[in-house]
Design a protein around this ligand. Sequence first.
Ligand code: UD1
Length: 419
Amino acid sequence: MEKLVITGGKRLNGDVFISGAKNAAVAIIPAAIMSGGVCIIENLPNIEDVASLRSTLNKMGAVCEYVDKHTLKIDSSGNINTSAVFEEVRKIRASYYLLGALLGKYKKAEVAMPGGCNFGTRPIDLHLKGFKLLGAKVNVSNGIVTLSAEHLKGAQIYMDQVSVGATINIMLAASMAEGTTIIENAAKEPHVVDTANFLNMMGANIKGAGTDIIRIRGVKELHGAEYTIIPDQIEAGTYMIAAAMAGGDVTVRNIIPKHMDSLTAKLAEMGVEIEKNDDSIRVISSGQLEGANIKTMSYPGFPTDLQPQMTALLSGCHGISVVTENVWDNRYQYVDELRQLGARITVESRVAMIQGVERLKGAKVSATDLRAGAAMVVAGLSAEGVTEIDNIKYIDRGYEDIEEKLSNIGADIKRVNED
Ligand code: UD1
């Protein structure tokens, strides 16, 4: 089994190049099978979730090959099997996008219920409600979702709750429905916009992505396209938080600074010096920061996917900080691990109260999910002594070459194979 071993206390200095956005990639790859042609997707992150989706598409009959480390060529002109019920599909949460893509293009889909990180109830009722409103019959049994429709018809769909997954999934199916679909209270995340842009490149007619009302005029056919995925806002945020906590002078490059506004505002409030440029942000930190209060919200609010890393940072800041998790109902499982490192945190329901300590101390900890694993890395980089993180398969799901990127800016981090 592989572990990450970090000797903390090194200041971080230099440039980190950010990969393509995981959450855009995992929507855009399934969307490509709607083209019935050849799509070239560039700037894909080289991570496990992308590899699992590639293997899934190949098993379904698309020909999905790497052109280079970050580019996939997806040819879906052959016969596509609309049933995806094998193991890889259960491994990643985002395989639910196969539902919308297959329903839109083939008017039927059979997909195993998604897996992924376990931080609370992760229902897909809003996705299924949207499909039903578009005219699909929905059946869920034995962990498999089956959809079918004679025709899909555009509809007005109000989302009870802002959901990234449901917004994208409905957008996928509605792209090839008859007539116009209006999604109200839509998610505004950058990857929603990126998926809409990709669909439009394939010939779809989607307007308003990035606002809370999205209008989709269905088209009969889509075609192949070439597309470059946006940079990963959460990966960028993780390195910015790491630099803030360990102290140093780090520039995260190849990003869209606007996507980072909620984080840069918070870091500045805590005493970090932030310098924004066209496609990079420089983070200068003494490592001695003031605590702050965070409330996670859908975009443009503070992202829940940076909550664990931020809690790690706040564990080493002056004073008391309060973190309120408004998106997921059980996203503090990692707090026990931070306590192993000496953090003083109490959790009640969705609220974590953090009493900053002078310095965390290295220990053996576990990555309980993807972003929780990133939080352990952030904490380990500034902790005194050695931190060993196991269960790093979660980290590999979403971070490309994490130890290489961190070593390049001066961290002492190694991947060790215990076997
Ligand atoms: C996506 C991200 C995930 C991030 C989350 C919130 C991907 C692949 N994953 O997940 O990293 O943490 O957005 O930014 O993009 N909900 C329902 N019913 C549904 C769907 C969602 O009640 O049918 C609830 C969820 O339980 C949660 C909230 O809505 O409380 C937000 O979930 P959602 O935005 O759908 O998250 P995902 O798309 O699964």
